[in-house]
Structures are given as structure tokens and as C-alpha cells.
Ligand binder design. Structure first.
Ligand code: NAD
Length: 270
């Protein structure tokens, strides 16, 4: 069972009067920190209400504290029962879901020979099962709102590299999942798009990026730097908005140009 909401509901007076909020509701997974928290803040700035989903209760509670028009829901997105209960709770609390941002992710890196099945499953469970389960459970609400889905993949899903057999494969699958969703959901007026971030200095990335890796990324990225959480959040907010009303099934690399460069040898730079 989903442990349910853990932060007090604030400033949703229209819900109390009508049973359905007037403001659009974005459901953001992995919202306790990093890109998910930056997305939450940006969507709030733009007038959305946000259901913040995470499995890390204390971090989620701290992140939601003081955020007007946001509410926290403790849920492991890889668990079908928790996801079903969480979506029920969100619909009961807000009466609508207009955007689903499947952002929760884990990064476990290692060579193929040393990647045990438990590690493989742990990565797939959050990174791939999570977006499948959350979107499927939210579908009835998205049909009502003619809403949208934004899945967060990675440049690791676009370009292969060492140590990412589970992570990179999960993210490539998320790209295909997005296209499957776009193909099926179009008839309901629901859009589905995918963002592939380049490196961003979050807890997830810095656990696996040594200084040497940071320097190498700078060399390989035309803009010569990491992205920020807010730069990724801006792309997410755009794809959730009416500004993107004719955009579906697309994969947007927010990566400083990393994906565009085939032969990115630093020695070839003029
Ligand atoms: N940071 C980067 O460089 C980078 C690059 C490409 C893609 N991404 C992707 O962006 C997304 C966000 O990454 P981030 O860097 O902000 O990571 P992060 O580790 O800072 O935040 C991830 C959040 O997801 C939550 N989470 C993890 N598994 C969960 C689960 N099963 N159920 C519910 N919540 C769960 C964590 O508790 C955490 O709060 C991930 O999907 C990641 O793969 C990140």
C-alpha cells in the first residue's frame, strides 16, 4: 500500500468548493531533489499545482516544506500497488492530473561481466517499470484532462558507453516507451515526449562522476559545461505546456550539444 500523503495540503481552496481544482496539476516523480525538485519549483512558478512523488520520505518532506501549492506523496514508483494507491490519493486530493513527469531514476554503473541480475532489475524497476506503471495508472485522469506525459531518459539512452549496460539500456527503453505512448495516446489528445539530459551536477550524477569524468565531459560537450537542474526543468515545463500542443512522440536532448557531435575528439578542435 502507498503510505499516502505526508505533507499538509495548502492553498487548494477551489478543490474544497468544487471537488476539482481550477489550477493544472503536474505529478512529478523523484521530486525530493535534483531535477525533480527544480521541475516542481518551476511548475509552481508557472501557476501549476504539483503532486511531489518520491520514495525518500524525509527528503521529500523537507523538499515540500514551505512550497505553496505542492503536496508530497510517498511512493516507490517501481511497486505497482504503491503506484495504484498513490494515483488514487492524488486524484482524491486534486480531482485531476494534467501532466505526468516520470523523472525518478537510479544510476548503478558497472561492466557487463560484473552486473548482477539484482542490479539489472533494480535499475529497470525504477527507470523503466516506474514510467510504465505511473503513466498507465494515471491514464484515466489524463484522458479526462487531455494531458501530457514527459519521460526523463538520458544521453546514455542515445549513445552507448562503458559501464552503463543497465542504465543506458533502461534509458533507451524509456525513449521507445515514449514513442509507444505517443502512438497510442494521440487519439485521446494526450501527448507523450521524452527529454534526454546531459550531465547535471545532482546527487545521482556526482555519485558516479569523478573529476576526471567531469573534465572529459566538458571536452566532449560543445557548450563545454554541465547543464543545470533548471535548464532541464525548463524543457520539461515547455513540453507540459500548451506551447507544445502539437509536439508528441519527440525526444529532446538537453545536453549542450553532446549528442550532435559524432567525432568529438578534443584534438580535432580548432
Ligand atoms: N543528473 C544527471 O546528470 C542526469 C543525466 C541524465 C539523466 N538523468 C535522469 O534525470 C532523472 C533525475 O535525476 P537526478 O540527477 O535529479 O537524480 P537524484 O538522485 O538527484 O534524484 C532522483 C530522485 O528520485 C528518487 N527515486 C529514485 N528511485 C525512486 C523510486 N523507485 N520511487 C520513487 N522515487 C525514487 C530519489 O529518492 C531522488 O529523490 C533520473 O531519471 C536520471 O536518470 C540525470
Amino acid at each position: 500500500m502507498c503510505p499516502g500523503p505526508i505533507a499538509p495540503l495548502r492553498a487548494v481552496s477551489s478543490l474544497r468548493q468544487t471537488g476539482r481544482m481550477d489550477r493544472n496539476l503536474a505529478l512529478v516523480t523523484g521530486a525530493a531533489r535534483g531535477i525533480g525538485l527544480a521541475t516542481t519549483r518551476l511548475m509552481l512558478d508557472r501557476g501549476w499545482t504539483v503532486a511531489m512523488i518520491d520514495r525518500d520520505g524525509p527528503a521529500l518532506d523537507a523538499a515540500a516544506d514551505g512550497l505553496r501549492d505542492a503536496r508530497a506523496f510517498l511512493c516507490d514508483v517501481s511497486d505497482p500497488d504503491q503506484v495504484a494507491a498513490m494515483i488514487d490519493d492524488v486524484r482524491t486530493a486534486f480531482g485531476r492530473i494534467d501532466a505526468v513527469v516520470n523523472n525518478a531514476g537510479v544510476a548503478l554503473f558497472g561492466p557487463i561481466e560484473e552486473t548482477g541480475f539484482d542490479t539489472w532489475r533494480e535499475v529497470m524497476a525504477t527507470n523503466l517499470d516506474g514510467p510504465f506503471l505511473v503513466t498507465q495508472a494515471a491514464l484515466p485522469a489524463l484522458k479526462e484532462s487531455r494531458g501530457s506525459v514527459v519521460n526523463i531518459a538520458s544521453i546514455s539512452g542515445l549513445r552507448a558507453s562503458t559501464l552503463r549496460v543497465a542504465y543506458g539500456t533502461s534509458k533507451a527503453a524509456v525513449i521507445q516507451l515514449t514513442k509507444q505512448q505517443a502512438a497510442e495516446f494521440g487519439e485521446f489528445g494526450i501527448r507523450a515526449n521524452c527529454i534526454c539530459p546531459g550531465p547535471v551536477r545532482t546527487k545521482l550524477a556526482m555519485a558516479v562522476h569523478t573529476q576526471e569524468i567531469v573534465d572529459a565531459y566538458h571536452d566532449a560537450i560543445p557548450l563545454n559545461r554541465y547543464g543545470s537542474e533548471k535548464e532541464i526543468a525548463s524543457c520539461i515545463a515547455f513540453l507540459c505546456s500548451d506551447e507544445a500542443s502539437y509536439v508528441t512522440g519527440q525526444v529532446l536532448a538537453a545536453d549542450g550539444g553532446f549528442e550532435a557531435t559524432g567525432v568529438g575528439l578534443p584534438a580535432l578542435r580548432g
